[in-house]
Ligand binder design. Structure first.
Ligand code: GUN
Length: 292
């Protein structure tokens, strides 16, 4: 059984990015610049954005953090998006989600210039991804594809079950695993209303769990020799930790791991890859790889 080390893989990719950035800069090119917009003080969002800024430093990127309080109006936020769209020095930017309830996330996402949408959330990027055109692919599914590739896990012709249908993970993951140029697999998407869910999961050669329910995937739901990818990162209270919580995956790791050919742990599996893929998207933005 192989434990897929997302932390080490992400560190390696960041080193590869940093080397390429130094090459670009020494050839007189522009250092990639990522801007992040953070609204309010949600603990999870603060951590994610801090880690994104740190990852930029590790990759040799310039980064800018733009903060607003919870009571920022939708118009003020849209004006900020407009300024970032127009700022020629900013290659790509993200607006950290979730946003306060009085702001429409969809409206904000659609206001972002798709050519700078390094999260890959804009409908132009989602649509281009769905039909296999060059575009920014959202970070979590892109990171999972990269792990499967770097660990040489065969996906072509295999049965892949995706648990979850979110816009950020489940839907794009299923799309990518289905496409010839990425997973080339036979894909089933399961969700809260799926009948015979355990049996569906048991048929999977590759099981990707993204439902946000700690320990949901138990040993009886996993075929012997399957590859299991755990996208769950639910914060559960843990008095023994300084932070007061720990991250729990969707998979009962202790029980499931012995059955697997390969499995991602939580933490240290998919999580570190996600930010690393945002860095790859930012590098592509700096190089105008997908759009002029
Ligand atoms: N919130 C949780 N994940 C993400 C992400 O990948 N991008 C943004 N912008 N917000 C998030």
């Amino acid at each position: 059984m192989t434990i897929i080390d997302g932390k080490a893989t992400a560190a390696q990719i960041k080193a590869e990015i940093a080397a390429e950035v130094e090459q670009i800069v020494s050839n007189g090119g522009k250092r990639p610049h990522l801007a992040a917009v953070l609204v309010g003080h949600d603990g999870g969002s603060e951590t994610y954005v801090r880690n994104k800024v740190l990852a930029c430093e590790a990759c040799g990127f310039r980064s800018s953090l733009i903060r607003f309080e919870d009571d920022v109006t939708e118009d003020e936020l849209l004006a900020c998006v407009g300024r970032l769209n127009a700022d020629a020095d900013v290659d790509g930017f993200i607006v950290q989600l979730p946003l306060p309830r009085h702001i429409s996330e969809q409206k904000v996402i659609e206001a972002i210039d798709y050519r700078k949408d390094v999260d890959g959330f804009h409908p132009v990027n989602v649509g281009r991804m769905a039909i296999g055109l060059p575009c920014y692919i959202s970070a979590t599914p892109k990171g999972i594809l990269e792990l499967l590739k770097r660990y040489r896990i065969e996906t072509a012709g295999k049965k892949c079950v995706v648990l979850g249908r979110s816009n950020i993970v489940g839907k794009p993951m299923a799309q990518l695993m289905m496409q010839k140029q990425y997973g080339d697999a036979t894909v089933t998407v399961c969700h809260s209303r799926t009948q015979g869910l355990a049996e569906e999961c048991r048929s999977a050669d590759i099981l990707i769990a993204a439902i946000g329910r700690p320990g949901f995937v138990t040993a009886d739901m996993v075929k012997e020799g399957a590859t299991v990818i755990d996208v769950g990162t639910t914060r559960v209270p843990d008095a023994s930790r300084k932070s007061g919580f720990r991250l729990a995956g969707d998979v009962d790791f202790e029980a499931v791991a012995p059955r697997c050919a390969a499995i991602t742990p939580v933490p240290g599996g998919v999580g570190p890859m996600t930010i690393c893929m945002l860095m790859l998207n930012t590098l592509a933005a700096g190089k105008r790889e997908y759009y002029e």
